[in-house]
Design a protein around this ligand. Structure first.
Ligand code: NAD
Length: 499
């Protein structure tokens, strides 16, 4: 069993907290690590040291900052397998899936390396008589990130490379369920030459989050997690005067039109619904076949594939999905399957009794499929975050679109069709932040920005990409007049281009 440290002042430091969180191997149910939940004094130290260090970092030439980020990028690529292991050991996802997560995180680092281009600012000459004007984007100071368990490396990387390259110091509070991947990445950042205290990590739970939210030296908060907490973080953070982006939960629908390539749609659905055991904010959890014939074909094709899913620990190279994150989460999913039956949905594949020899105490649930799900059922309304796919049958594209619009979440969605007109109508009309056309998991690449609509996101900025340049900087505009030879008296009219 290992103990997970904070990372402050250029070193890993053991917390003195008496509050200890156990970390489990989700495939076996064994405790593998202990995570002390930082005291307020420890968090305060991390913030104050970051505040001092940021002053010089914010004035460091951007090309010098970029050299460090390029080195970090190289180290990440050299250590990608180790990083993936750090993820899987505590999260439970398959090695291949963890590698995929690393690649998407690394793409943000690559994008952040080009920050010089994004911070160039603007210049206008002669905006008035001998007056020029220019604008620049300056760092905010110390900013913080609070991240969920399901992408322990990638989601923090949506934040800190961009924030740091923009000249801020960054405090990360990773998920208390699988925090080691962040510490591993921190070690690489240190090796890359990042000055001490520009990136500090403090572990903790609600108490640490509240401390960061209320602290006057934290200028912005990036949060990713469930909707109730996102909403809370947004309200409390903005109340204390911070800039906050808080990304929440999801219930992503995929429409399958009668003209879709059924084989392609079914394969896409399998990966999008059951990859990472459904623990993805962009997972498809609702399939919406249009027309009874499409629905019947879909169910017939999905049923054997779900029953044949290869489920195992991350050490099994053939596994397609792993266990759930905790015992409680496994129980929550089994409860939802029970509720789905009680509410009258038709259970086609039942994952409740899945057992894996040698891993009887692991948090595994088998792939589960419900047909005839209706919008009033809790398995439809709630974000379940597990390997449970609901099929809601609809008779037309318009009905399917209405269904999506009736849901409180609007993170991602997809349509499978061969018809360009339907696809275009969908892309233009659907009230969802990220849309796939024959693409099941439309997570934007690093040079676009990620963000849902409605109750899937609170705040005005998307995360990573161009939106995060604005989020992690503030605009300053200078209007200046040289030379000084101009003699004029006091002007009482509002300044304009003539005077
Ligand atoms: P969570 O909301 O339980 O935890 C997220 C973070 O909030 C953690 O760091 C946790 O320590 C902290 N936290 C938990 N309870 C808190 C409280 N009461 N007060 C203050 N802070 C608290 O989420 P999770 O279970 O770790 O992650 C899964 C959720 O994250 C799902 O809802 C998923 O959809 C969502 N998610 C969203 C996105 C997105 O981009 N929209 C991406 C990944 C995950």
């Amino acid at each position: 069993m290992y103990i997970i440290n904070n990372a402050i002042d250029g070193k890993q430091v053991k917390s003195h907290s008496s509050r200890i969180n156990p970390i489990y191997n989700p495939a076996t149910g064994e405790q593998i690590a202990a995570l002390p939940l930082s005291t307020n004094e420890e968090i305060e130290t991390a913030i104050q040291l970051a505040k001092q260090a940021q002053i010089e970092w914010g004035q460091t030439p951007i090309a010098k900052r970029a050299r460090i980020m390029f080195k970090f990028l190289q180290l990440l690529n050299e250590n990608i397998d180790k990083l993936a292991n750090e993820i899987s050991r505590e999260h439970g996802k398959t090695h291949e899936d963890a590698l995929g997560e690393c690649v998407r995180g690394i793409e943000v680092v690559e994008y952040a390396c080009g920050m010089a281009q994004m911070l160039k600012g603007e210049f206008s000459q002669n905006v008035g008589p001998q007056i020029d004007s220019y604008s620049m984007r300056q760092p905010l100071g110390v900013v913080a990130g609070i991240t969920p368990f399901n992408f322990p490396a990638m989601v923090p990387m949506w934040m800190y490379p961009m924030a740091i390259m923009a000249g801020n110091a960054f405090i990360l509070k990773p998920s208390e369920r699988d925090p080691s991947a962040s510490i591993f990445a921190w070690e690489l950042m240190k090796k890359a030459g990042l000055p001490d205290n520009i990136f500090n990590i403090v572990h903790g739970d609600k108490s640490a989050v509240d401390y960061l939210l209320d602290h006057q030296d934290i200028k912005a908060i990036s949060f990713v997690g469930s909707t109730p907490i996102a909403e809370y973080v947004y309200a409390r953070g903005t109340k204390s005067g911070k800039r906050v982006q808080a990304l929440g939960g999801a219930k992503n629908h995929m429409i399958i039109m009668p003209d879709a390539d059924m084989e392609q749609a079914v394969n896409a659905l399998m990966g999008a619904a059951f990859g990472s055991a459904g623990e993805r904010c962009m997972a498809i959890s609702v399939a919406v076949p249009v027309g009874q014939e499409t629905a019947d074909k879909l169910i017939a094709a999905l049923k054997p594939k779900i029953a044949a899913l290869k489920i195992g620990p991350y050490t099994d190279e053939n596994a397609q999905m792993g266990p759930l994150i905790t015992k409680e989460h496994k129980e929550k999913i089994i409860n939802y399957i029970n509720k789905g039956i009680e509410e009258g949905a038709k259970l086609i594949v039942d994952g409740r009794d899945f057992r894996l020899q040698g891993y009887e105490n692991g948090y595994f649930v088998g792939g589960t499929l419900f047909d005839n799900v209706t919008p009033n059922m809790s398995i439809y309304r709630d974000e379940i975050f597990g390997p449970l796919l609901s099929v809601v049958r609809k008779n037309s594209f318009a009905e399917a679109l209405d269904l999506i619009h009736g849901h409180e979440y609007a993170n991602g969605t997809a349509i499978f069709t061969r018809d360009g007109d339907t696809a275009r109508s969908f892309a233009h009309q659907v009230e969802v932040g990220m849309v796939g056309i024959n693409v099941p998991i439309p997570v934007p690449v690093a040079y676009h920005s990620f963000g849902g609509w409605k109750r899937s996101s609170f705040g005005d900025y998307g995360i990573y990409g161009p939106e995060s340049v604005n989020f992690y900087t503030r605009l300053k505009t200078v209007t200046e007049r040289w030379p000084t030879g101009i003699k004029e008296g006091a002007i009482f009219t509002f300044p304009n281009m003539n005077k």
